[in-house]
Design a protein around this ligand. Structure first.
Ligand code: NBG
Length: 824
């Protein structure tokens, strides 16, 4: 553009007027969707209103990005294979403050905003806690005005849709992008080449130094799609950049010329499968080549992008760590460490030592699980084939590291082999990605106090002893904008009525509602709101499960991924024992209960799927048994995800967080329930421990073995059979399973569960059963006293300040990333 031309861009001061929301809405309906009254659908309304809302935040988005670049600020880059964003219209409306305007606008044309919002498919680019944490962090980083970028993959298929057939989980593809998405902007100019395979050659450069080149590679293109992430009412909009894989050649001409059309496009399909589908596991990894391809694909594109941006304003790579922090969300992006080394040395010509210093200063690593089988390893064979240059670099990192350890500490061989990045299984070698991540970064953090302690004491004890200063804790948090303000508008309004709205950005403010513990009107309104939320859920259940639920029953909820360590099994065994008591005498229960389950199991995780089947089988018997007078209902709500969470959590009285102590790194569902006024029944695990510290012992129901006791029992030799023999309630429950009580038409199907419980019970279900049942009696007793329960509920909400993702993110920013909000 020549200097004399006018600029059309508002960032250059052009006075291009922005249209009103209603005009934009109408124009999108007319010009983008080409609709009139006779052809318009609810989905069109969703699309048009989303585009109109997006228009409203575009200027802030451009302005925010412009400011970051103009000021050459330090930026943080959050690399995650998963972002479980959920639906975007609602949260965008909340954060931009356009909710009411938009609701009224739609209402004036006869549309109900809530109904329209239900048309939006969840952006389900994640499995569970890890992916949702990344989404909450993105929202908090924008709200805190931190210069931040999320980087991930634009999966064409997100987490599978779960159907239940004959009580069992069936997986269906989640084609969320079938009709495109109004929230993502294609950036064709941000297309990078990602290399795979090939070989490495070396040569001597002008200075006589040996250099390496990665050649003859198979290439794939990564194309950027940007999603705006607005902060809460602060005019800041950050970017979530997701990469889509595209083939470099649309088709192979020589095949085509030979008349073989199908082979001609085969290569294209192969390349593009990289961003096709999210791996549907959490905590159980699958050492598949496609997974490693996904990891390197998004890491390579991301680093190229970060470096491209760095070079726009900077020259000297020594400045790189002062301009960019990179956080590795679990080990999935850990290949970024050798990749940055490769770029700095092979492309930018830096020496090893300098490159290594820059690399270590740039990266931070968050660990999200101690489940041993979940610690990622890749075979050397696979790595050498797919990423030969990286394999060389990893070997070099490792041998330098081990030499250093030997020199400084002369540690013995067994310690060194634990610290080593390479595991030598007598011939076959594996790369331990967690060790690579720890050694290659300046910070390693766990996600709750207990979890970080376990990392230091057991999982990475030797590396911790070597570099204790690297290890730190960052307890997880959640976004209250989504999980309270959006999910529970009436409770939010009640709180705001009393204490003003500062709490939305500063959860410490919530303490002030404790002043109203004696205020009867406040308390009865609190109760009324819970009941209204329950009614909404009852309505959903009536429509979807064709079951009637008693609004006065205790809503007891366990929604989360299915995993043996989370012990949905313990919960269902307890349900069976309650059922048995009711069969004896319906007066054996003081209160009616509704036990709600939800959550997906990894498609290949057979025992987890069997537990889902068991829950549905039990529900079938219990819910249809007239003898128990409707005092117990068991529900399995299918296809649990972010949007369903927003409905289920505000309606719950009791939050079930009963993992085997030591196994749940943190949990974040526990926080979402408590902030919505549910009381927790839980073990001393993950963030439960910190919740207990905040709310006080009398406002939470704690039971079960501690993590230390579990370790001790494992050491001594644990015999689950003893618990079966000693506890008659438990014995009856197990005997019913043995006798196919809940599965008359499929005898023997639950045998694997019974066998595990009686003869191994790795997760101590049997040992904790009694303590769980006894504590549930206490719950029952306390729920009878409405006033007491309400007070506890209010106190739980009032004391949640620690569990805001704003608090978590500011700690990361201050302690690890050293990034600051951009001063106005
Ligand atoms: C999960 C843990 C949870 C934790 C989230 C977020 C993985 C691998 N880990 O306990 O199981 O809350 O991460 O940190 O999904």
């Amino acid at each position: 553009m020549s200097k004399n031309n006018k600029s059309i861009f508002f960032t250059d001061g052009a006075k291009v007027k922005q249209s009103s929301l209603i005009t934009q809405f109408a124009e999108h309906l007319e010009f983008d969707l080409v609709k009139d009254k006779t052809t318009v659908t609810d989905y069109d309304i969703l699309e048009a209103i989303s585009l109109a809302v997006r228009d409203r935040l575009t200027r802030n988005w451009l302005r925010t990005q412009h400011m970051y670049n103009e000021n050459n600020v330090k930026k943080v880059h959050y690399l995650s294979l998963e972002f479980l964003m959920g639906s975007l219209l609602g949260s965008t409306l909340i954060n931009t403050g356009l909710y009411e305007e938009c609701r009224k606008l739609l209402e004036s044309f006869g549309y109900d905003l809530n109904k329209i919002m239900r048309e939006e498919p969840d952006m389900g680019l994640g499995n569970g806690g890890l992916g949702r944490l990344a989404a909450c962090f993105m929202e908090s980083m924008s709200t805190l005005e931190l210069p931040a970028y999320g980087y991930g993959i634009l999966y064409e298929f997100g987490i599978f849709e779960q159907e239940i057939e004959n009580g069992a989980q069936i997986e269906k593809p989640d084609h969320w992008l079938r009709y495109g998405s109004p929230w993502k902007i294609l950036r064709p100019e941000l297309t990078y080449k990602v290399q795979f395979n090939g070989s490495v050659t070396s040569y001597f450069d002008d200075t006589g130094r040996e250099r390496h080149q990665w050649i003859n590679t198979d290439n794939v293109l990564a194309i950027a799609h940007d999603v705006p992430v607005p902060g809460y009412k602060n005019d800041k909009v950050n970017t979530l950049r997701l990469w889509q894989a595209k083939s470099t050649d649309e088709f192979n001409l020589s095949y085509f010329n030979q008349g073989n059309y199908l082979s001609a496009v085969e290569n294209k399909n192969l390349s593009e499968t990289i961003s096709k589908v999210l791996y549907p596991n959490d905590t159980i990894p699958q050492g598949k080549i496609l997974r490693l391809r996904q990891q390197y694909f998004f890491v390579s594109a991301t680093l190229q992008d970060i470096i491209y941006n760095f070079k726009l304003n900077n020259k000297d790579f020594c400045d790189f760590p002062n301009k960019a922090a990179i956080q590795l969300n679990d080990t999935h992006p850990a290949i970024a460490i050798p990749d940055l080394m490769r770029i700095l040395m092979d492309t930018e010509g830096l020496e090893w030592e300098k490159a290594w210093e820059i690399t270590q200063k740039t990266f931070g690593y968050t660990n999200h699980t101690i489940v041993p089988e979940a610690l990622e390893e890749w075979s050397e064979g696979l790595m050498s084939t797919l990423l030969p240059r990286h394999m060389q670099i990893i070997n070099e990192i490792n041998s330098r590291f081990i030499n250093e350890v030997k020199e400084k500490y002369s540690a013995d061989e067994s310690v060194i082999s634990k610290m080593s990045i390479i595991r030598n299984n007598g011939g076959e070698k594996n790369i331990k990605m967690a060790n690579l991540a720890i050694i290659g970064s300046n910070s390693t953090n766990g996600v709750a106090e207990l979890h970080t302690d376990i990392l230091k004491k057991y999982i990475f004890n030797d590396l911790y002893n070597l570099q204790p200063e690297k290890f730190n804790n960052k307890t997880n948090g959640i976004s209250v904008r989504r999980f309270l303000l959006l999910a529970n508008p009436e409770l939010s309004e009640l709180i705001t009525d009393k204490i003003g709205d500062k709490w939305v950005k500063d959860l410490r403010e919530l303490r002030k509602i404790e002043k109203y513990l004696e205020d009867e009107k406040f308390k009865s309104r609190w109760h009324e709101i819970k009941s209204k939320n329950k009614l909404k859920l009852i309505d959903y259940i009536r429509k979807n499960l064709k079951t009637e639920i008693n609004i006065n029953s205790l809503f007891e909820t366990q929604v989360k991924r299915f995993h043996e360590y989370k012990r949905q099994l313990l919960n269902v065994l307890h349900v069976i024992s309650l059922y048995n008591k009711l069969k004896e005498n319906t007066n054996n229960a003081l209160i009616p209960r509704t036990v709600i389950f939800g959550g997906k199991a990894a498609p290949s995780y057979h025992i987890a799927k069997l537990i889902i089947k068991l829950i549905n089988s039990v529900a079938d018997v219990v819910n249809n048994d007239k003898d128990i007078d409707g005092k117990l209902k068991v529900l399995y709500i299918k296809n649990y995800g972010v949007t369903l969470a927003e409905k289920i959590i505000p309606a719950s009285d009791l939050s079930v967080q009963i993992s085997t102590a030591g196994f749940e790194a943190s949990g974040t569902g526990n926080m979402k329930f408590a902030v919505n006024g549910a009381l927790t029944i839980g073990t001393l695990d993950g963030a439960n421990i910190e919740i207990k510290k905040e709310v006080g012992d009398e406002n939470i129901f704690i039971f079960g073995l501690t993590s230390e006791e579990i370790l001790q029992k494992r050491k001594e030799g644990y015999t689950p059979l003893n618990y079966y023999e000693k506890n008659s309630d438990l014995k009856l429950v197990i005997d019913m399973l043995k006798a196919d009580y809940f599965n008359k038409s499929e005898p023997g199907i639950f045998e694997p569960i019974v066998n595990e419980l009686l003869h191994r019970d790795y997760y101590f279900v049997m040992a904790d059963f009694n303590s769980f049942a006894e504590t549930q009696k206490k719950v029952e007793f306390e729920y009878m006293n409405r006033d007491k329960w309400l007070r506890k509920s209010i106190i739980n909400v009032a004391r949640m300040e620690k569990f805001s993702s704003d608090r978590a993110v500011s700690e990361y920013a201050h302690d690890i990333w050293k990034v600051e909000p951009l001063a106005q």
